[in-house]
Write a protein that binds this ligand. Sequence first.
Ligand SMILES: Cc1cc2nc3c(=O)[nH]c(=O)nc-3n(C[C@H](O)[C@H](O)[C@H](O)COP(=O)(O)OP(=O)(O)OC[C@H]3O[C@@H](n4cnc5c(N)ncnc54)[C@H](O)[C@@H]3O)c2cc1C
Length: 441
Amino acid sequence: MRRRWRNWSGEQRCRPLLIQRPRTREGLIAFAIAATEQDRPLKAAGSGHSFSGAALTDGVMLDIGLLNRVLDWDRSGGRVKVEAGITLHELNRRLDRRGLALENLGDIDRQTLAGSISTGTHGTGAAFRNLSSQVEALELVTADGSLHEIDGSDADALRAARIGIGALGVVYSATLRTVTNFRIDRTDRARPLAEVLDGLDHFAGSLDHFEFYVFPHTDTALCRESTRTQAPAEPPRPAAVYAQEVVVENWLAGAFAQAARHVPAAIPTLSRLAAAGAGKNRKLDSSFRVYASERRVRFTEMEYAIPRESAREAVERVLEIAGRRDLEVVFPIEVRFVAGDDAMLSPAHGRDSAYVAVHHDHKGDWQPYFDAVAHVMADYGGRPHWGKRHSLTAHELAPLYPRFEDFKAVRGRLDPGGAFANPYLEQVLGPVTAPKRRRRR
Ligand SMILES: Cc1cc2nc3c(=O)[nH]c(=O)nc-3n(C[C@H](O)[C@H](O)[C@H](O)COP(=O)(O)OP(=O)(O)OC[C@H]3O[C@@H](n4cnc5c(N)ncnc54)[C@H](O)[C@@H]3O)c2cc1C
């Protein structure tokens, strides 16, 4: 009988023919070969935290969650080789025990390493690139069971595979460049929106990590301002963390969303109350304990990367849309900053970027809001996050990525039969283009 699979928000669902859970590299290879012999499509799935249909399949799903071992440490060079199904949560703790850390992280840690790098998961920090930039090598299993060791000696394959959206094969392991572990001193505070928009370059440039949230109908920016430090941690009491992060940030947000669902006319008042209620809050702890928080309230999300210099104008336009009463937006917009990188499909490819994220009640009518915001993003050459909602097609995406065709060439080389294709990849990449044959003279 087919098993059901659904993503974190419950909106993306599929019924794979089989869900296989390899425990070893050899097991993974055997499952890939078996599926290919039976002519079944294959898809690796991480922990289902993508809002897009990237991980969906009606063929054989390879759930990589049991591939979670650390394979090799090179402490002097700060390199670590790990199986790619490890969650960021687990990886952070194991690194910390060895005095190491990931350079930067997003705002949750429940994703697998493979899932995070495959979609270009990022945190914030104008000088820091997305997670996949820390990958120095990958082991990739293709549909015929071959194991490809991809490293700097085939730089183009690595630039493709670092953010591969699951299109090239199954990432079995990743070798990561890490840094000495450190603490983050973070202050959350409210600032007038005008002050933040006027000082974007200053805030993003002078703080190691800066991001802000704005509720529609308000003129307050809720800022997260973080500095990297070696000062000793001042871990809050677990009860205080629970009170702030679980009760305040989640349950109140949940109650807020529920109230707004039933009384949409109250949204502007609720937004103002939420913004006014935000106090000053400080946290000084190990980096991974500060970056990641609990997200218990379900929502759906769209996020675009745009050139950093367009951030102010774009944010003002998005806020104008979010304030439209007919769209019933109760969630804040979120703005982060990421350094440019060279992965072929990185939304921050070749440009320092601002990421603008919009959220909506996943049970509500999010489409008109997201469409209107996508329209604005198009004016800035916006590139969507591969793991979040968007409706762009290969035809629209190709001009946004200078190396789009190069990525497709690597795909044609590694997955010539399109075994890893699914409707999402059809949408964003189009069909697999078989590699061109060299003509014999
Ligand atoms: C509450 C929440 C908060 C989030 N916060 C952030 C954030 O701060 N920053 C950010 O950038 N994103 C964020 N995301 C998005 C999330 O990081 C990405 O969608 C990420 O891909 C999820 O990883 P996953 O393990 O769940 O992968 P899945 O969603 O299961 O899969 C994602 C893609 O990776 C592919 N994949 C998975 N495993 C492999 C493998 N072994 N080999 C090849 N391909 C593979 C899948 O086929 C699919 O294409 C958030 C999501 C949620 C739900």
